[in-house]
Structure formats: structure tokens, C-alpha cells
Design a protein around this ligand. Structure first.
Ligand SMILES: [Zn+2]
Length: 145
């Protein structure tokens, strides 16, 4: 019975570890996904600005005007958005590193995996040698069980 209990506690330890690892993977993915969504939004804003600049360039051209200030301002806005995207990208790398480190730590943890002792099934009636689970023949005298 004690042997059986030991086997179960090793299995439970493994299951808990697997669950913890899975939880960390899920948290990592959720965080990375939300930052990726932010990046998607920022990229959308950049695209919208380019469209806006294109339309305004056309209007300025039609009026025979050119506004250095307008372009400088818009390009600075795009640049700021691109900087923010870079920050978000390094945030993703940080999140991945942090979680991967923890996950690796957990993966290297082995719950006390002492080899489960084999159950004895009693004693050989011919030579009194201990009979081990799975044995078809006696280890002492070779009698068939
Ligand atoms: Zn025997």
C-alpha cells in the first residue's frame, strides 16, 4: 500500500508541475498577445497617417501650395509611433525571457522521482526466495510460479 501511495504522489507531483508550466505558458501568451494587439493598433495609426498625408499632399498640390511645416509635423508623429512600436517589441522580448526562464526552472525540477519499488508477491514455496511482481520464474531456483 505504501508503495502504491508513493507512486501516486510522484504522479501528482508531475501533474502539478505540468499544470504550473501550462499556466505560465498561458499567461505568457496572453501578455504577448495583448502587447501584439497594441502594436497592431499603432501600425494602423501609422497607415492612417500616411493616407492622411497622401490626401493632403494632393490637396496642397491642387492649390499650388507646399507646407514644409505640415510634413515635418506629420513625419514627427509617425516617428513617435514607430518609437512606441519598438518599445512594445522590447516589452514582448522581456515578457518572453521572464516567463521562459521560469518555465525552464520548472521543467528542470524533478519531483522526487525515486524509482518506485517493486511490489513483492511473497516467497517461493520451493526455495523461499522473494518473488517479485512480474516474475514468472523464481530468481532463486527457477521454478515456475
Ligand atoms: Zn525458488
Amino acid at each position: 500500500m505504501q508503495i502504491f501511495g508513493k507512486k501516486i504522489s510522484n504522479t501528482m507531483g508531475n501533474m502539478k508541475l505540468e499544470r504550473d508550466i501550462q499556466e505560465l505558458e498561458t499567461k505568457k501568451q496572453t501578455l504577448v498577445m495583448s502587447v501584439n494587439n497594441e502594436i497592431g493598433t499603432l501600425k494602423g495609426l501609422i497607415t492612417a497617417k500616411f493616407t492622411e498625408i497622401g490626401a493632403e499632399s494632393y490637396n496642397l498640390h491642387l492649390r499650388g501650395e507646399f507646407s514644409e511645416e505640415y510634413f515635418a509635423e506629420k513625419f514627427a508623429e509617425i516617428n513617435a509611433l514607430e518609437q512606441t512600436i519598438k518599445e512594445r517589441e522590447s516589452k514582448i522580448a522581456e515578457i518572453s525571457d521572464r516567463y521562459n526562464e521560469e518555465i525552464t526552472l520548472l521543467k528542470n525540477l524533478t519531483p522526487d522521482v525515486a524509482p518506485a519499488p517493486v511490489a513483492s508477491l511473497g516467497i517461493c514455496t520451493a526455495c523461499n526466495a522473494v518473488r517479485i511482481e512480474g516474475d514468472a520464474f523464481c530468481r532463486g531456483c527457477g521454478s515456475r510460479f
